[in-house]
Design a protein around this ligand. Structure first.
Ligand code: PHE
Length: 342
């Protein structure tokens, strides 16, 4: 027994003298000093000894235990000090630079619109990018043979539904979420829906197959054209400054009636005409209108009781105007030279 203790002590000390990492130190602790370690085992065996021998060896075992624990603590202290000391060796060296990411300019404009609309009590909603033909077109008054579908050709998914029809596509606009929101929340309703949209475009500096919109929808009793007008005015002033003027020109969208294009006085020339507004003094920014009764019905809302307004911004265009970006393809390019400027 005595020999065993002696050997354990020698083994431990020999190994301790070669330990150089805290992992190895921890291994040593587990092997010798832990509750299931070799020293505990010997302490356990002491129980079987009798009288004097027990006292004798017990004393020795306790002495060894204290010694090993002290040595262990000292070794740990030295290791900690060393690794701490290494980190501090030369405080005059330059620090490691932390490289921050950048927000895409589209995200910046989106955040600005979200701040404005949440301050006006709107919810911010989300919807699927892979959409059904029904939500993207039919429910929005674009029946399968409607000519206005031609303006929004998109990517169709090679998958047939139960009735053997191809009815999945990449959404061409955020407007399908109007229907989804009405069905889920009913009226009254105030929501904006930022999101990614897709169209089958030949890309150039002004056209991109993947782009972003923010949809807005407000449904309540007695919503009328005056509400829409004041609404679009607030948005324009927030985006382009307090002197911004609004002009509404008729435009056809099948899901609103009447529909219009909201145009803002050019933020650069104030309406005199310049390069940004192509000498017209006005910037076409937002499609809008009063929600068509059929669309309210498709959303499960009674058009005899409620009316609503809807509008849709192209975020790419807004960001291009705001930050003087001259090629829409830069947004999805992943080009750090571009992104790091924001
Ligand atoms: N969804 C239309 C588009 O993509 C914009 C729009 C939204 C127009 C809501 C009217 C009302 O062109």
């Amino acid at each position: 027994m005595k020999n065993k203790l002696q050997k354990l002590r020698d083994d431990f000390l020999r190994q301790l003298s070669t330990v150089d990492t805290s992992e190895r130190l921890r291994d040593l602790e587990l092997k010798y000093l832990s509750r299931k370690g070799e020293l505990s085992e010997i302490m356990h065996e002491l129980k079987n000894l009798s009288g004097e021998l027990k006292r004798d060896i017990g004393g020795l075992a306790n002495a060894v235990k204290t010694e090993l624990q002290d040595k262990f603590t000292e070794a740990r202290r030295l290791l900690d000090k060393r690794s701490g000391g290494e980190r501090m060796t030369d405080v005059s060296l330059p620090g490691e630079k932390i490289i921050n990411g950048h927000l895409n300019p589209i995200t910046l404009v989106q955040n600005e619109l979200e701040d404005l609309f949440t301050s006006l009590g709107f919810m911010v909603l989300d919807g699927p990018e892979l959409e059904s033909d029904y939500y993207n077109f039919t429910a929005l008054n674009l029946s399968p043979d409607h000519p206005a579908r031609d303006m929004q050709d998109t990517f169709y998914i090679d998958y047939k539904n139960k009735s053997g029809q191809y009815d999945l596509l990449m959404r061409t606009q955020t407007s399908p979420v109007q229907i989804r929101a009405m069905r889920k929340y009913g009226a009254p309703l105030k929501a904006i829906i930022p999101g990614r949209c897709f169209r089958n475009e030949s890309t150039d500096a002004r056209h991109e197959h993947t782009f972003y919109q923010v949809e807005g929808i407000l449904v309540d009793k007695n919503i009328n054209f005056a509400n829409l007008k004041s609404f679009l005015e607030i948005v324009g002033q927030k985006l382009f400054g307090p002197d911004t003027k609004l002009r509404m020109r008729p435009k056809f969208f099948p899901f609103v009636e009447p529909g219009n294009n909201g145009e803002y006085s050019c933020f650069l020339c104030g309406g005199k005409g310049c390069r940004v507004c192509k000498n017209t003094g006005w910037l076409e920014i937002v499609g809008a209108g009063l929600i068509h009764p059929d669309v309210l019905r498709a959303g499960g809302i009674d058009p005899e009781v409620y009316s609503g307004l809807a509008f849709g911004f192209g975020l790419n265009r807004l960001a291009m105007l705001k930050y003087s970006i001259n090629d829409v393809r830069l947004f999805n390019s992943g080009d750090l030279k571009f992104l790091e400027q924001f």
